[in-house]
Each structure stands twice: as structure tokens, then as C-alpha cells.
Design a protein around this ligand. Sequence first.
Ligand code: GLU
Length: 408
Amino acid sequence: MYPEGVNASARGLSHKILAIAESATLKVDAKAKALKAQGRPVISFAAGEPDFPTPAHVVDAALEAVKNPANHRYTPAAGLAPLKQAIADKTARDSGWAIDPSQVVVTNGGKQAVYQAFQALLNEGDEVIVPTPFWTTYPEVISLAGGVPVEIFAGADQDYKVTVEQLEAARTPHTKVLLFVSPSNPTGAVFDAEETRAIGQWALDNDIWVIADEIYQNLVYDMGVDHALSIAEAVPGLKDKCILVNGVAKTYAMTGWRLGWMVGPADAIKAAANLQSHLSSNVSNISQLAALAALEGDQSAATQMRNAFDTRRHSIVEGLNAIDGVFCPTPQGAFYVYPDVRGLLGKTWAGRAATTSLELADIILDECEVAAVPGEAFGPSGYLRFSYALGDDDLAEGIARLQAFFAS
Ligand code: GLU
């Protein structure tokens, strides 16, 4: 921070970097954790972070890895060979795309994969269609790569899913990439097979690249399958112009291990790997070998976590919909709900006016000690994002506090 009164841009810092806002999801999470550390009984629905520990066999693999001196050294920037093979196998299994391990780059979390994917594809002025609500990081990363995010909003009335008609209306001669996220962060919406196929076909017909963030791929409910349909599987013709982003963070409760990846056509992957060789080199070997155990080992812990999220999903949807002025659709994926809270705005709560969801989020944090991320972080005002990847008791207590507060 600068001394008060000193204008940051006047000090000659990068305009590109000064234009970036701090990640809202991480900011709200940090604020909630800081209040908790001060002894305040805050319940945080803020960060998308499973409350479970990483499965024991994964931790054991990491303990073994740390003892091997080979893992104390630099390894290839794009990732360890056995992990790249395991990722290729997973991509074939869950995304229906048979790739060669050379088409994989292992990254420091899915976030770095998103960053590198846009860096690899975009030139100054290229437009990227960003279905909205969007995860808070996407537009910043697109702008950093010289691109122009084009937001298309889909509200609760359409289950937060954009249509081909909306995409077509937003298409211009500068449209280079479509960002496709199913299951979605922040809404939990999942595009069904027909919708996925129609959107993928539209991209193919218009020669538009697709970057598909599949980090929540294995967290789907009520669909009779254990993964969402990948756009690469739905429209195989896309494979020359499609990058998939994924990682172990959400499925295996491994957010802190920072292990993600990107897969795609050889030239785009080579470009991203070159970038990574200058940016960060290899991901920690310990995390890579832990991820290998997660992908190839026993999946029962992952299944149990998924089932726990499913139960919580029902309680949170029911609990939020019981509040007058809240409309919460039932999402089919990820571990977020995205209630429309416009019915609570324009009113006074505990003597404080709430005209925006940003103000509403502040009010509930101060008055109920409940943290949620305001819709402004993901697009228009009028919504709150709740992650239900927190413990059952906390979830029940947090919702009870909100119900009591808004009933008063
Ligand atoms: N993706 C998670 C979220 O949306 C983690 C926080 C972040 O990196 O933004 O909460």
C-alpha cells in the first residue's frame, strides 16, 4: 500500500496491473478467516474449498515422495511423465478425448491453467465471450492477456445458462474464444447434453476456440452419471480449437496443494508450456505425486465427499428458499448455490439500507456473522454466492442465523 494521498498510477506502476481488483472470493474468505481468528463466531460460505482433509492415501503418497531426493530437484516444467499419463487417462475417461501425454501441462492450480490458456490464445483486442455470472478471475485474466471480455448474462429464470441465441447475438468478427464452464462457479448450473452439444456446434461452425473449465466436472448430482459431459466429447470436431482446464482441488479436497492442468492441441500446449518454463517451472514434485495418487488410487473418499455435498445442497437450497425475498434455484453441480436476493434489496435491515448485494453481504457479515460472496464479484448485483463445502453443523447454524435475521 502507498502512503495516504499518494496516487498509485502517478508513481508509474503498470496500468495493466493497477486495473486488476483483488480476487473477491479470496478477499471475503480472508476477511472471514481473520474475524474468526479474533474469536468471532463467523460462519463462512465464502471460498469454494472443501472442509474435508485430503484423503489419507494421497497424504501418504506425498510423505513418501518427500523422502525421495529425486523429488528435491527441478523436473520438466510441463509435469512429471507418470502424472501426465494419468491426466491423459482421466481426460479420455471423463472428457471423452484421447490425448497424448505431450498434450498436458501440469500447473499450479487450475487458476494458472486458466491464465496460461488465455495467454497462449489471445492477441490484443480479441474478444472472449464470458457467460455471466462468471468466476471472478476470468475477466481479469482475459484483460491481462490483451483480450476483451464480452459478458452475456443469464439469470435465475433461465437457470443461469446462456443460450446459443445469446451467444450468436454477442458474436462479432473479433470473437476469438468462448469460455465454457459446466458445472459453473458461481451458480452450480450444469449444461445438459443437448445444450452442450448445441453450444459446441455453434463454436465449431463459427471457428471459435473454446476454453472449457472442467474443475467441477466430477461434482454433479441427480444426473445419473459421475461427470458432466465435456464439450470436447459432445462435439469431437472442436478438438483442434479446444483447451480443457482441470485439477484435483475440488474433487479430492486438495485446494492447498495447488495442482491443476490444461490439455489441448499440441501447438497451444507447447506455447503454454514455454510460458510456464519462464513463469514458474515445474509444480512441486510432492504435489504432483500426491495428485497421481488421487487420480489413480481409491476413489471412495471422493465419492463420500460428493455424497456429503449432495446432502448439503438440499439443505441449503431449502433453507435459503424459506427466507422471504430469496429465490434459490437447485443447482446440479459444483458446491455453490446462487440465490437471487433482489427481493431483500431496497429495504432496511438492522437499521442499515441494503440497495445492492454488496451492501447486503456486509450487513449479514456484521449482523449475523455469516460470510457470502456478493454477486458483484461475478457480474450484476442482486445475488449472493454460498459455497456449501463447509461442515454440516456450520451450514445449519449459518442458515438458521439468516432465517432469524430476515424474519425480524
Ligand atoms: N475457486 C474458488 C472460489 O471461487 C477458490 C477461490 C479462488 O481462487 O477464487 O471460491
